[in-house]
Design a binder for this molecule. Sequence first.
Ligand SMILES: NC(=O)c1ccc[n+]([C@@H]2O[C@H](COP(=O)([O-])OP(=O)(O)OC[C@H]3O[C@@H](n4cnc5c(N)ncnc54)[C@H](O)[C@@H]3O)[C@@H](O)[C@H]2O)c1
Length: 306
Amino acid sequence: MSAGIPLPSTESTAPSIEGIRTILVIGSGTMGSQIGMAAALAGYETTVQDISAESLAKARAELTARMEATVAKGRLAAAEAEAALGRLSFATDLDASAAGADFVIEAATERLDIKEQIFARLGQVAPEHAILATNSSTLGASKVAAATGRPDRVCNMHFFNPALVMKCVEVVRHRATSQATVETTLELARRLGKQPVLINREVPGFIANRLMGAIQKEALALAAAGIASREDIDTTARTALGHPMGPFELMDMVGLDVIDFIAQATYAETGDAADRPDAQVAALVAEGKLGRKSGQGFYAYPAPGT
Ligand SMILES: NC(=O)c1ccc[n+]([C@@H]2O[C@H](COP(=O)([O-])OP(=O)(O)OC[C@H]3O[C@@H](n4cnc5c(N)ncnc54)[C@H](O)[C@@H]3O)[C@@H](O)[C@H]2O)c1
């Protein structure tokens, strides 16, 4: 997976956690906006960069509203929210945003060509010491590391949705990631209020999506064989295993298109018949039944937005 990437010949120049003051988050969508807010709340000067001014404006409005709601609930002092929002800026220019960044978290659209371009550019414009991490759910950092010219300072830093709430961050090292990069990335995740876990080599799905995938696969097989209804399988996961929701409910929440996309990416990577995308999920996606967001998935939902 990391073939072609040279091992670092010299000691990594990745900064220690004390050297991280300014964070750049690339992409202001579902993940990037909240990762940026988490960084600003933790005291970092943070820029969220996106090629779409519209997406940046939406992110700013949503985060401002979210901070107001958090203050109204008494979970954050108004002055802290204001200070955090003051540390957060939004920009469309990558070069200018990257020039002063000590740590970059890329959360742009899940396409290898887009990420390759971003990482190649970061290799040229980000300070030499900067760590370049990707939040990708399906692409190991080795896929973009060589383009940077500093593969030892590249890794996955995988947050979960919603990033302001979910505690887990999967840090994945590839063959050339230096120990200093791993340690600083783990510590940064802790300072962002997260509980990081380290994955010692790239594997499709990392940990969480592999565990979730195994449960989903079994649930789909049980239902397809008529052994139990979807409702009863979901009830079992909740009442016997203590899961907050059942596998079908969870797939509807994540989005069946996303589930199908992850399965396709995993299958393309492994070629393992056991990883073949599920036909029930693919059929629902083909019918436009994407889960909660479209009002219909495995279950029917009230109209989106109600
Ligand atoms: N959505 C999730 O549940 C989730 C969870 C964990 C990780 N991820 C990963 O996070 C990343 C982003 O996912 P998302 O759900 O936030 O996507 P999204 O579609 O909500 O947002 C992506 C943003 O990237 C921007 N973008 C596209 N090309 C760009 C470029 N060249 N430079 C800067 N910005 C660019 C888009 O304008 C968009 O605003 C993906 O790699 C995905 O695998 C997603």
